[in-house]
Structures are given as structure tokens and as C-alpha cells.
Write a protein that binds this ligand. Structure first.
Ligand code: NAD
Length: 485
């Protein structure tokens, strides 16, 4: 039985940077799928606004091409691309000049939700915000969507927040971290707070440690220049891994509502201890066969930027005192795999004499591939020969378990854009969260700059530098295997 999809209210969505890479790769295909799912109201209007000199026909052709390249479906419920393209319009605007603004204003309708997606570099946020106001296009209820990266340190994040705050209230600003839009991430909250089973064990009495891994097989080719100025710490840890850490570690909010959830996440970030430099391993991938190494792909032969980072983090609060959180992320690793694993304590005492192996329960939440959750449980190995125990996963792969529902399971961008129209900020980062995350990140980066820290080498297609294995071995633990499909 397909899930019931409730259409959102009528809206005008303006995509600044509507001809850019993100719009083509993610935003337009996501909107198309929501159209196919009958979630866009009949009179929804999507307005591309960018520098290119296009008209509606040109923009529709660009969107059709992007959907053919990056979308996955062509029709559903009797709807197809032709109908979607009719919702698209275009206006050529200059964020830094006056061209196109009166035309944009003339296109906006009264009495519908107005949303503005800033899919442009952050240097243009201030100009856009200012002109939206100066031309009377931003109304009191309008929403603003901004993309990562939200600053490159605390100072620049504060500046961006202050720039936006000149023209918009916090309740109007939706800072996207697409990890928060993933089905599994929301399921993590459902599993924690919707079952009686886990929450009593979710603390330092029962949890030995937690691992968060986001492993990629791709390198940095194509975005080397940006990446070399950022590195894995800024590009992945400060935002995506931090958000996952918050959701796994936060106290139960009193309700599933934006303010309550974001208050609890903020408390986690503020309770993070500074990280001991010995508990951080940075790495850079080497060339292998015909695959170029990091420095070549980044176009910087002397680069000290990390394409891999592993770190051990502690949260200074009652619930998590003494429980390490091991985070790792990197490029050109063995497989594309993202997972959060809650590793519970070993059994205090085994009544089974023949069983000498230690056993643990592990709850693993897979973000990709095969989004799903599994719980490792210990059972008796089937057959004769006494009580030998084995550990097996109780697997809940959503694609199998939710057969028939998956066609309406929205991907991250689909869900997040619909949440913007619905006015639901729960899965978006608040300004103070972003600033707190930078306040924790900045001294770590400054520390290795000060020590002139050089990343370790690692082989493309491996688990990362050897030292990252040692980070856990020293504690008598080991990383979970990085497994692809
Ligand atoms: P892009 O360079 O491909 O596109 C930029 C867009 O901005 C174009 O449509 C261009 O016409 C428009 N633009 C530039 N200057 C303008 C001006 N003065 N006036 C009006 N329009 C102007 O960039 P992108 O890759 O689409 O990235 C957009 C934003 O999204 C950036 O902040 C980026 O960091 C972020 N982002 C991108 C991706 C991705 O996969 N591409 C992923 C995450 C975040």
C-alpha cells in the first residue's frame, strides 16, 4: 500500500542559482519527484533566478536535461515531465545589480507561500537578502533556504548569521544539512524515542562506545580547489558528523518540534570536550595505479589538507561521561558507506562454559548503502554440539521491510524542500548550533596549524591511515568494517 502523500500549500519558490550545479543535480530532480508523488499543488510555481540570459523555455529545457541526467523516474500516478515543466519559470537577475528585480517582483503572487533558495555562493547571501527587501519581494512569512558551507570558521559563520539577521528572523531561515533529511536519520529518532527497548540502555552504564563513519570512494577531483581550503574537518565533521553525533547523543526533547530538538542538539555541542591532539588522525590519499593522489587532484603539490580524519570525542555530561565517540570520514576509502554504530558493553558474566568469545550487542544505523537498521544479537549456533554462541544481525533493511512504501520515501532534498514549504524547521540547523559547532572545531584546526601537523599517507581504496586503526586499538577496540553493497 503506497504511503498517503499530503499536498503542501500553494507556493512560489525562487531558486537563486537555478542554473547551477546544485539546482541541476539535486533541487530540480527533487522537486520533480515530489510533483510525481502528487505533493506539489496544481498552482505551485518554481522560478529559476540566475545570471544566465534565459527565458522560461530555455530554463525548462535545462531542467529537462538535468532531470534526464540526475533524476531516476519519468512518470508516476499519470504524471510526467511535461506537467512539471509547466510549473517552471525563469528570470535573469543580477544579485549584485538591479537587473531583473522588478521582473521578479512582478512574478510573485500574493496569498501564497514565498520561499527563496539561495543556491549560490555565500558571498552573495547579503546582496540577495538586501535586494529581496529593497524591492519588497520578501514578505513577513517568507522562507529562506541556505546551503552549506555555512562559514569556514566561527567568525565567518557569525558574519553570515548577522548578515541574514539584518533582513530575516531566525524562524524564516532554513540552513540545509542534507544528512538530516535522510530517512534513516529520522528513523534513528523513531527507534530511540518510539520504543521502550533502547532508551533505558542509552547511557554510560550500557554503552561501551559509539562509532560514526562516513566513508566515500570518490576523490576530490572537480572540487579540488574548494576542498583544499576546507579539508575533511570543515567539509564533513563540523556539519554532517556533528549533526549525527547530536541526534545520537541528545537528551529526549519533550516533543518532536523544531525548538525542542534544536535546544537538545545545542546542549550536546556545548558539552563537547576539546580534543586531545593525540586522539586525532589526519590522512591524505596517495596515487595508486592510474588513480591520482590527493595533492594532484587538489592541484596543490604541497598541500597539508586532510582528505581523511578520525577522532575520539568525549561529551562532558552525566549520560555520556567516560563513553568515547569515535568519528571518521574520508575520501577514496574502501567502500561508500555511512553508519552509526552503538556498541553496547560486553556481558558481565557468561553462564555458558563452552563459550569463551566475548559477545556484544551492536545497534547499527546504516545511512548508505541499503538504508536500514540492524541489531547484532547473540544466539545459539544451530545444531548439535553444545551451547556454542554466535552473533547475528536482526536486519531491518527498509527497502525489504517497507515493500510498497519505498516509492513514496522521499530522498533528503525532497523531504527538506517540502519541510521548508510546510514551515517545519526541525531538520534544519539553527544559527546558534552552527556557531557552537565552529567554536568547537576552530581550536582543533588552529592546533594542527600551530604544530605544522602533516597528514599521514594512506592508500586509495583502503581503510585510511594505519594510525586510525591504532586510535581504537590503544583502547582495546576496533573500527567496524567499512562495507559497501
Ligand atoms: P554553481 O557555480 O554551479 O552555480 C552558481 C549559480 O549562481 C549559477 O546559477 C549562477 O548563474 C548563479 N550566480 C552566480 N553569480 C550570480 C550573480 N551575481 N547574480 C545572480 N546569480 C548568480 O554553484 P553550485 O555548485 O550550484 O553551488 C551553489 C551553492 O550550493 C554554493 O553555496 C555551494 O557551496 C552549495 N552546495 C553545492 C553542492 C553541489 O553539489 N553543487 C553541494 C552542497 C552545497
Amino acid at each position: 500500500m503506497p504511503t498517503r502523500v499530503i499536498p503542501v500549500d500553494p507556493f512560489d519558490l525562487v531558486i537563486f542559482g537555478g542554473t547551477g550545479d546544485l539546482a541541476r543535480r539535486k533541487i530540480l530532480p527533487a522537486l520533480f519527484v515530489r510533483y510525481l508523488a502528487c505533493q506539489l499543488p496544481a498552482d505551485a510555481r518554481i522560478i529559476g533566478a540566475a545570471r544566465a540570459d534565459l527565458d522560461d523555455t530555455g530554463f525548462r529545457a535545462l531542467a529537462a536535461e538535468a532531470i534526464a541526467e540526475f533524476g531516476c523516474e519519468t512518470s508516476r500516478h499519470g504524471r510526467d515531465l511535461k506537467g512539471f515543466l509547466e510549473t517552471l519559470h525563469y528570470v535573469s537577475v543580477d544579485a549584485r545589480g538591479e537587473g531583473g528585480w522588478p521582473e521578479l517582483k512582478a512574478m510573485m503572487r500574493d496569498g501564497v507561500i514565498r520561499a527563496f533558495y539561495f543556491s549560490v555562493g555565500p558571498a552573495l547571501f547579503g546582496d540577495l537578502a538586501e535586494r529581496l527587501h529593497a524591492h519588497g519581494i520578501a514578505d513577513r512569512g517568507c522562507r529562506l533556504v541556505v546551503e552549506k558551507p555555512f562559514g569556514r570558521d566561527l567568525e565567518s559563520a557569525r558574519e553570515l548569521n548577522a548578515t541574514l539577521a539584518q533582513h530575516f528572523d531566525e524562524a524564516q531561515i532554513y540552513r540545509i544539512d542534507h544528512y538530516l533529511g535522510k530517512e534513516t536519520v529520522q528513523n534513528l529518532m523513531a527507534v530511540r524515542f518510539g520504543n521502550v527497548l533502547f532508551e533505558p540502555l542509552w547511557n554510560n552504564h550500557y554503552v561501551d562506545h559509539i562509532q560514526i563513519t562516513v566513508a566515500e570512494t570518490v576523490g576530490v577531483a572537480g572540487r579540488g580547489e574548494y576542498y583544499d581550503r576546507a579539508g575533511a574537518m570543515r567539509d564533513m565533521v563540523q556539519n554532517h558528523l556533528m549533526q549525527l553525533l547530536c541526534l545520537i547523543a541528545m537528551e529526549p526533547p519533550n516533543m518532536f518540534e523544531a525548538g525542542a530538538v534544536r535546544d537538545e542538539k545545542l546542549k550536546v555541542i556545548r558539552a563537547l570536550q576539546p580534543v586531545d591532539p593525540h586522539q586525532i588522525v589526519r590522512g591524505q590519499y596517495d596515487p595508486r595505479d592510474d588513480i591520482p593522489g590527493y595533492r594532484e587532484e587538489a592541484g596543490n603539490p604541497r598541500s597539508h589538507t586532510e582528505s581523511f580524519i578520525a577522532l575520539k570525542v568525549h561529551i562532558d555530561n552525566w549520560r555520556w561521561a567516560g563513553v568515547p565517540f569515535y568519528l571518521r570520514t574520508g575520501k577514496r576509502l574502501k567502500a561508500r558507506s555511512s553508519e552509526i554504530a552503538v556498541v553496547f558493553n560486553e556481558l558481565g558474566h557468561s553462564i555458558f562454559e563452552e563459550d569463551v568469545e566475548p559477545h556484544r550487542n551492536i545497534l547499527s544505523i546504516r545511512l548508505q548503502p541499503n538504508e536500514g537498521i540492524d541489531l547484532q544479537v547473540t544466539i545459539k549456533e544451530p545444531g548439535p554440539g553444545g551451547m556454542r554462541l554466535i552473533d547475528l544481525p536482526l536486519d531491518m533493511t527498509f527497502a525489504d521491510a517497507l515493500d510498497g512504501h519505498d516509492e513514496d520515501v522521499a530522498d533528503a532534498y525532497e523531504r527538506l524542500i517540502m519541510d521548508v514549504i510546510r514551515g517545519n524547521q526541525t531538520l534544519f540547523m539553527r544559527g546558534d548550533e552552527v556557531e557552537a559547532a565552529w567554536a568547537w572545531t576552530d581550536p582543533i584546526i588552529a592546533g594542527w596549524r600551530g604544530r605544522n601537523d602533516v597528514p599521514k599517507h594512506y592508500e586509495s581504496g583502503s581503510n585510511g591511515p594505519e594510525d586510525s586503526q591504532m586510535l581504537l586499538h590503544r583502547d582495546g577496540r576496533r573500527w567496524r568494517e567499512i562495507k559497501g553493497e
